[in-house]
Ligand binder design. Structure first.
Ligand code: B12
Ligand code: SF4
Length: 490
């Protein structure tokens, strides 16, 4: 459903609730994968777009600007919304909300985002007034309106919202059973959703990077996923739904962004072949000269190679493909719904079209040394330009978590960054991390096509140097081992 605009006097609201400050927290991750990518907080920009007719709204990206108190003072915020997308961010989000309440206990604090939705109980602390679960635009808008009216009944009508009463966090209400929709056509809800307020991060723009690409501008054309991988939190967050917007809106959005490198944040991009083809045709017809990164399924690539060839002609530069495992048995165990032969075929289709591959591959803590060897051989054999090795991590709220919870070695969320094992390893831990770090040394990042990008001035020599420096951290086993004994945090 498109966002509904209630008939109220916005000026009166501006006066009654005070400005809203949205916060992207900064996590000093234990290992530097985050150092290789840092993009705009698009979710917060969407939230801002959903409320900007009601209140003054601004964003602080604490990865770049740390003085929260100064911003609270400058904005005179009456409401602060904090995002928690990553499980590893839980301790920093708690720290941020405590700082807000210390600064002024009257400020209303709201938390939302991916992790907050899957594991809201991690935020049942007195400094958090509300927790919004799931997509935020409608709920956030309704909540601000209800707060402005001090209307407790209206708050209780908002679904999937936790509010505090007598020191307890209480759920408003939720559907008994969600009937999921995997849409085959674009939906009005997506096409008509509010525009993200990209201007609110203008002052941070020059700090964002994506691998060796500087100044990336992200876009979103789809939400959710049609698949049910057991380690994944995406379908849990979206309750099995999948929806896309019309290609025309995506083209308009892309035309409106300044950067030349445009990563799509969709978990499952270009799944609807007609939309994918319309997008490619539209971008070419309108002469939009940009490069794109997107996350796509091997099954979609194999089913509709012509869409991906068209997208490549329109500028598709790199595809993150969840290969996950190289053998059928593991793919089945993960409920991935793909086959090794399908992955190989998809790799070939993309390479033939000139598209680079960011191959997402899972390292199982139960591995023997030969499993590491096999994976490195696979990556080199199929010339995967940008391999990403993540350690199998049971995220709270996923199917996998339920099955292995009893085996967890660490429940310290700082270790849930996909670069540390929270499950016991078959190899001695030192050996495990040695082999893990070696994977990056054995495969590395391949710079195929880089000369063209340099010629097109999409990347510079300095960008490449910066990326190489950051990448060095990933290949040092000492860094992983050092983070095993952490000082406790609350
Ligand atoms: C794009 C993306 C990336 C990009 C850029 C991320 C970045 N931080 O710069 C790349 C590819 C680099 C990336 C990398 C990683 N990612 Co990532 N990524 C995403 C992805 C696909 C989209 C994020 C996004 O922009 N969504 C679109 C916006 C509109 O949605 P949103 O931010 O969720 O906001 C909405 C709601 O959540 C809500 N909301 C959000 N905040 C708030 C706040 C308030 C107050 C309210 C009311 C509502 C609210 O309202 C918004 C509008 O509806 C998500 C999956 C997903 N669908 O969210 C995974 C996801 C966040 N990533 C994930 C992971 C694990 C990683 C990696 C750690 C993987 C790895 N080791 O390689 C790295 C870490 C990088 C890092 N340190 O930042 C996981 C996080 C799981 C978890 N619980 O920790 C996710 C959920 C995907 C998954 N299941 O695997 N990622
Ligand atoms: S891993 Fe990818 S395909 Fe599987 S459920 Fe998650 S988003 Fe969907």
């Amino acid at each position: 459903m498109p966002i509904t605009l209630p008939i109220l006097n916005p000026r009166a609201l501006r006066l009654s609730v005070g400005p809203v400050l949205l916060v992207q927290p900064k996590n000093e991750y234990l290992v530097g994968f985050n150092e290789t990518v840092m993009v705009e907080p698009l979710g917060l920009e969407f939230l801002a777009g959903a409320i900007d007719d009601l209140v003054d709204v601004s964003i602080i990206d604490m990865r770049i600007e740390q003085n929260l108190e100064q911003r609270l003072s400058a904005t005179q915020a009456g409401i602060v919304g904090v995002t928690c997308g990553y499980t590893a961010d839980v301790p920093v989000v708690r720290n941020v909300v405590r700082r807000v309440k210390r600064y002024n206990p009257e400020i209303v604090v709201i938390v939302g985002g991916h992790h907050a939705s899957l594991s809201p109980e991690d935020f049942f602390i007195s400094e958090i007034d509300y927790i919004v679960c799931g997509e935020g635009e409608q709920a956030f808008r309704d909540l601000i309106l209800a707060i402005a009216e001090s209307n407790r009944d209206k708050i209780r009508q908002i679904p999937r919202l936790y509010f505090q009463e007598n020191g307890q966090h209480i759920l408003t209400w939720d559907e008994e059973k969600h009937r999921f929709h995997v849409n085959k056509e674009p939906t009005a809800e997506m096409t008509q959703r509010p525009r993200p307020r990209r201007d609110l991060v203008n002052s941070y723009r020059s700090h964002y990077y994506f691998l060796y690409y500087k100044n990336p501008w992200t876009v979103e054309s789809a939400r959710g996923c049609a698949f049910r991988c057991n380690f994944c939190s995406v379908w849990k967050f979206h309750r099995g739904d999948y929806k896309t917007e019309e290609a025309a809106r995506t083209i308009e959005e892309i035309r409106g962004v300044e950067g030349r490198y445009v990563p799509f944040v969709d978990d499952l991009a270009f799944r609807q072949p007609q939309v994918a083809r319309d997008l490619a045709r539209g971008l070419i017809a309108e002469g939009v000269n940009k490069r794109y990164w997107a996350q796509c399924r091997a099954s979609d690539i194999v089913a509709h190679p012509e869409s991906f060839q068209a997208l490549a002609e329109a500028g598709l530069d790199m595809v993150l493909m969840g290969i996950e495992a190289i053998d059928q048995e593991t793919l089945k165990k993960l409920n991935k719904g793909s086959k090794p032969t399908m992955n190989i075929e998809a790799i070939k289709i993309l390479h033939d079209a000139g598209v680079k591959i960011w191959g997402a591959l899972i390292v199982d803590p139960d591995w023997r040394e030969e499993d590491f060897d096999r994976l490195a051989e696979f990556v080199n054999h199929y010339d995967i330009e940008c391999p990403q090795f993540t350690i199998l991590t049971p995220l709270p709220g996923t199917e996998l978590y339920k099955t292995v919870e009893g085996q967890l070695m660490s429940k310290d969320y700082r270790h849930f960054d996909f670069l540390h094992t929270v499950l016991p390893t078959r190899l001695p831990i030192e050996k495990f991390y040695e082999r893990y770090a070696q994977l990056y040394q054995q495969t590395g990042m391949k710079m195929n096509g880089i000369m063209q990008l340099l010629r097109d001035r999409i990347v510079t020599i300095d960008d490449l140097r910066h990326f190489k420096e950051k990448f060095q951290e990933l290949i040092n086993p000492e860094i992983y081992l050092r983070s095993l004994n952490l000082e406790p945090v609350s």
